[in-house]
Every structure is written in structure tokens, then in C-alpha cells.
Design a protein around this ligand. Sequence first.
Ligand SMILES: Cc1ncc(COP(=O)(O)O)c(C=O)c1O
Length: 467
Amino acid sequence: MSPQVMRDLAAKVTEALIERIDGLDDSNAWDGEFRDVLERALGGSPPEDERPAEDVLEQVVRNVLPNAARLDHPRFFGFVPSSPTWPGVLADFLASGFNINSCTWLVSSGTSQLELVVVDWMRNWIGYPEGSGGLLTSGGSAASVEALVTAREAAGHPERPTVYMSDQSHSALKRAALIAGVRRDHIRIVASDRDFRIDLDSLREQVSADRNEGLHPLAICANGGSASTGSIDPLAPLADYCASEETWLHVDAAYGGFAMVTSEGSELLTGIERADSIGMDAHKWFFQPYEAGALLVKNAEHLENAFAIGHDVLQDTVWGANHPNFADRGLQLSRAARALKIWMSVQTFGMAKFRAAVQNGLDFARRAGEYVSSSPVLELVTPVSLGIVCFRVNPEQGDYDETMLEDVNRKVLTRVFWDELAFFSSTTLKGVFSLRLCIINHTTAWEDVQRTLARVEQLGEDALNEM
Ligand SMILES: Cc1ncc(COP(=O)(O)O)c(C=O)c1O
């Protein structure tokens, strides 16, 4: 392509993106389409002949990309939203254009240096000592795999390993345990208590029973913000217990970890600094485009012991001491330059703004909890934690059984879905169907939260009247 054609196309892309982002508030929080419709529009063999690039672009911007959850919409509260900063988006564009492969120091020293810097920022936010280190990953799932493989190698790759996690832990951890070689029936799901935190007595009993069976308790995975309720496992007691059992402690802070940039968040996550490894996702509560996960390991040597495997064809990439090859710390050789987006957006806005944006999520969720508690129609299902509000329609007046309440709340959720004001999702908490808001978008205003809750109240009353 000629430079002018490239410029024109890039300008069109920029325009489409800015139009989208600028118009988010007035658009639906979600759009999707059925397979047969998309198949007709987008299927078929690869064309033999060329097409005008503007047509291809137009088709993608009109027919492909809008069929998606707008996870950065100010009223998207489903699952775990993500609201990337513009410098972060541009960083991904730049990294692609510069064609960076952040695999080794030789191949990309600039972004390797940034990865060292960004990982060190995270080390400080966690309160990890010097000598800790890590790498950026595609996300929390990859970080979990790399954590458990590291734990396995640090333990000398024992026979018959077991891994422990609570019934609130993310499915990513179970998959990671399987990939790390733990048999499906040796993944121990420990009951959580009333506050959705792992029950320490049940954990102790299970570990001791497993030791008696000759199994090898390899790692305990704690939640640093569970995905359903934002609950935080008792991290300091778990660290004591893991030390006494000589078992690896991994904290899955994929969702909640970046709360640590605020003093409230670091208070809530006290004890996390004692974990052997921690996963946290900058594409969740640190305002980056996908994919931007991280794994930090307290003793960074364990990472390279687990993953560094020499290869003749890479023999020239050994630069020397203090010049790490990030490919030696995880499962990928070819790697995106993920540090660039984090570094560029923090440089652009400064930590004060990031801290304030994370704090806003904590504050809005707390306010949403107060709104729910004072509503005659709604009730909190769990205490608000780390930006997550689990609640349901359950009026003070009236006597509704659990089946009826579930029907009403399912109806409300479906109506919210088609109503297009906002998007949120649900979860099941010890058998109770619960609506769930995750409020961590830096563009969300209190009015967005309040309008959403008011709509739920109204839809709830309608659904109750229809019963
Ligand atoms: C607590 C928790 N752990 C792990 C994951 C998986 O992370 P990823 O989707 O980045 O692989 C998620 C995703 O939402 C999560 O919330």
C-alpha cells in the first residue's frame, strides 16, 4: 500500500473508533446476532481477487465489530467490564505497527525494559520484596497456568499432586490445575463460609486427609476478589497455614488486584504480599485493552526454573545477566508488547488519576449497596465488595417463596437485557439466584448506576404484579 492509502485508511479507523467511543452513552450496552445471519454476511471462502480496502473496513466496522458487548459502555455492569484508555488503545496499534515481538532482550529491548518497569510497579503496589518478579500474560487464565506450573516445579514435580480452592474460585484455576498435571478428582473444591470466603477448617481437614492418603498438596489458590461476589479469602491466615504446610499460596487477584493502588484496596487485600504468586489483570480494573494480564512470583527464580528451556535456534538471544528474556518466564515465545499500553497510559494520566478511577469503582459500588438497602423492592444478597453488588428483587412487603423470587429476578434480568438501557449479569450464590453489578468503568457516572437500579426497581414491580 502506498503511504497515502495507509494514511487514509488509518484516518478512517481513527474516525470510526472515536465515533464509537464518543457515542457509547447513546448506544446499546450490548448487541449480538445469530450464527446463520452472520454466516450469510461474513462466511465463504477467501476471495481470490482483491477488494477496495475501504469496503473491507466499512464491512468490519458496520457488520462485525458492533456485534459485541460494549464492555466499556458506562452502563455495562456485566461479568467483569473493561474500559480501556485511548493511549492504551494507541499503544496496541503502535506495537502492531512496529511489529514488536517481546520475546527476548535481543529482539525487543525497549519493550522488555518497559515490562521490567511495569512489573516492578505492580511489585510495589502489592508490597512484594526485591527479588520478586514476573511477566505480563494474556490474562488471568494464562497467569493461573503459569503460577501452578511454577508451583509444581518449585516443589520438584511431585507425584499425585492436589490443588485446593474454594467453591467461589474461578473456573480458570481448575483448568490451570488440570493443565499443570493435577488429576480432575484431585482438584479439591473447599466450601466457602457465609461470606463466600474459603472455610479454613474444611481446608485443613481436606489437606490432612490427602496427606494421610499419600497425596501431595501442591498449592492453595485464594481469591483476591472472587468473580461472583468480590469476596476476599482470609489471606494472612492462609499464608500462615501455607507456610506451616510448605504449600504454595497463589492468589487469583485477576479481578480485584488493582484495587491495591488505593489505600482502601490495599487494606482490604492485606496479606496478599505473603503469597508465593499473584495473578492480576490490567484489562479489568486498570483500564487497558485486552490482553493485559500479569503474574508476579515472590521468588522470581522459580519462574525461570519452570519455563526457561534453551533452544539452538535461540542461542544468540542470550544477552547476559540482568537482561531477561521474558519468553523464559512463561508459556509464550512470540509475545505481544503488553507493557507498552500500561506504561503509556500511566505516563499520560499519572497514578493520581488511576487511583481516583479505581476508588470511584469502590465508592459507586458502596453507594449502590446503600441504594439497594434503602429500596423497598430490592435487597442485598451479599455485602458489597471490591466494586461488586449482588442483589435481587425481594420486596419488604409480601411473602414470596424462593421459586417465585427466582422467577421474578430472571424475568427482570431478561427485560433489562432487551430494554437496552444497561447490561448486567447474574450469579448463583449458595443456590440463590442473584443479580450482579460490577462497577469498575472509569467513565461510569453515579447517574448511570442510579438509573440502572431505578429501572430494576420498576421492572421488579412490574414482574411482581404479573405473578
Ligand atoms: C477472579 C478471576 N480469575 C480469573 C479470571 C480469568 O481471567 P482472563 O479472562 O483474563 O483469562 C477472571 C475473569 O473474569 C476472574 O474474574
